[in-house]
Design a protein around this ligand. Structure first.
Ligand code: NAD
Ligand code: GLY
Length: 356
């Protein structure tokens, strides 16, 4: 079992990565401590993994709550349903929520944990690649509002993260590819060696080779932990994790959530960011070709939806959470393997890029 720590003083916590992290009941029980565990999961994941988790935690008398599957349930309505379940079961502050699932379950459970009785402990057991390398680490929790995604939330760190690489064997191939977009992102913002590794191990990763998976997931979590430890609440450095996301959020909003998976939109967003960086003289055409090729090799889209116009991009991007004083801010590569927050991109440069 691999282990690393997110260093945040008294809120520091471990991330465990391994083939049987879900079966490691001793460690899990240790982090639950004297609390009563309440597992939150969804209707797709429950038949796959809930029974074994319940069996492991049987001595702790666990409860569980199953939500429907889908981004639309990361909502205030389901926040309320879970809160009502906890109240009906007389759950007090000595309750530990366990998020068993992807980013939807993790974000929603984390937000309930942040608010219920002003904060109770929670543990992440992420089961998608995206949640294992990104959303379960770093304490961003949220629900969506009809007027915007992730608009109501809190920074609230878990007690521990248990990443079981075996859970990826039941994940649909398209969801795995979407997670790879976030993996590629870490290579582009921070680690050219990781990027080269991804180029060299495409088949092994797609075939879920255990050593490759553990290497890549560990490195992504390590990079995220380093960044979060320096900038937990996204005052600066943490924004780099949003490479490709300004364009991605516009695609997701315009197409309707779920039509493009988040990771797919991020993949295309990274290609657009790379091209924008090229037009500013920061990346070469070879760099852009290398980035585009790797993204395509992981079966991710590299081109914008053909019907989407530059005005539609601008309309959505003007609502981005990174914006300041009405200026759209982008994360762009400044050289291969490094990125920066940029606030001097003009609307005309965006139009030229989209219409290219
Ligand atoms: P998801 O949670 O919707 O999971 C994707 C699909 O895979 C779902 O149908 C789910 O039921 C299924 N699934 C999950 N694990 C499975 C498994 N092991 N086997 C079979 N099926 C499985 O999507 P996601 O990509 O994990 O997360 C997306 C969410 O994460 C979005 O809401 C996004 O806003 C959020 N997010 C949050 C952060 C953060 O820092 N908190 C970062 C990135 C994304
Ligand atoms: N997923 C971006 C972040 O955690 O900051």
């Amino acid at each position: 079992m691999l282990e690393l720590t997110v260093n945040l003083d008294e809120r520091s916590y471990p991330i465990y990565i391994g083939q049987s992290a879900l079966q490691d009941n001793g460690r899990l029980a240790h982090h639950i401590g004297d609390c009563r565990p309440v597992i939150i999961t969804n209707e797709t994941i429950a038949p796959l993994y809930l029974e074994r988790l319940l069996a492991q935690l049987a001595p702790l008398n666990p409860l569980h709550f199953i939500i429907p599957d889908g981004e639309q349930y990361k909502s205030l309505a389901w926040f309320e349903q879970i809160s009502a379940f906890l109240l009906e079961n007389n759950c007090g502050r000595d309750t530990c929520l366990i998020a068993l699932g992807g980013g939807v379950v993790g974000d929603l459970t984390g937000f309930v944990a942040a608010c219920y009785q002003r904060g109770i402990p929670f543990i992440q057991i992420p089961t998608t690649l995206l949640s294992q390398v990104d959303s379960s680490v770093g304490g961003k929790t949220a629900v969506n509002h009809p007027l915007g995604k992730n608009m109501i939330g809190a920074f609230y760190q878990p007690q521990a993260v248990f990443i079981d690489t075996q859970s990826l064997h039941t994940l649909p191939v398209r969801e795995f590819a979407a997670g790879m977009a976030e993996v590629i992102k870490y290579g582009l913002i921070y680690d050219t060696e990781l990027f080269a590794y991804l180029e060299q191990h495409i088949l092994s990763l797609q075939q879920l080779d255990e050593a490759c998976l553990q290497h890549v997931i560990y490195r992504c979590c390590e990079i995220k932990a380093l960044i979060v430890a320096q900038d937990e609440k996204e005052q600066g450095l943490r924004a780099l994790l949003n490479l490709g996301h300004t364009f991605a959020h516009a695609i997701e909003a315009q197409m309707g959530y779920g039509v493009w998976l988040h990771g797919e939109a991020v993949a295309t967003g990274m290609v657009l960011a790379a091209k924008l960086a090229q037009s500013r003289g920061d990346l070469s055409s070879d760099d852009v070709a290398r980035i585009t090729q790797l993204i395509a090799q992981y079966n991710l889209p590299t081109a914008i939806p053909p019907q989407m116009t530059s005005e539609q991009f601008l309309l959505h991007m003007r609502k981005d959470k990174k914006n300041k004083k009405g200026t759209i801010r982008f994360i762009l590569p400044t050289q291969f393997g490094q990125c920066a927050l940029v606030d001097d991109v003009t609307d005309d440069q965006v139009r030229a890029l989209i219409e290219q």
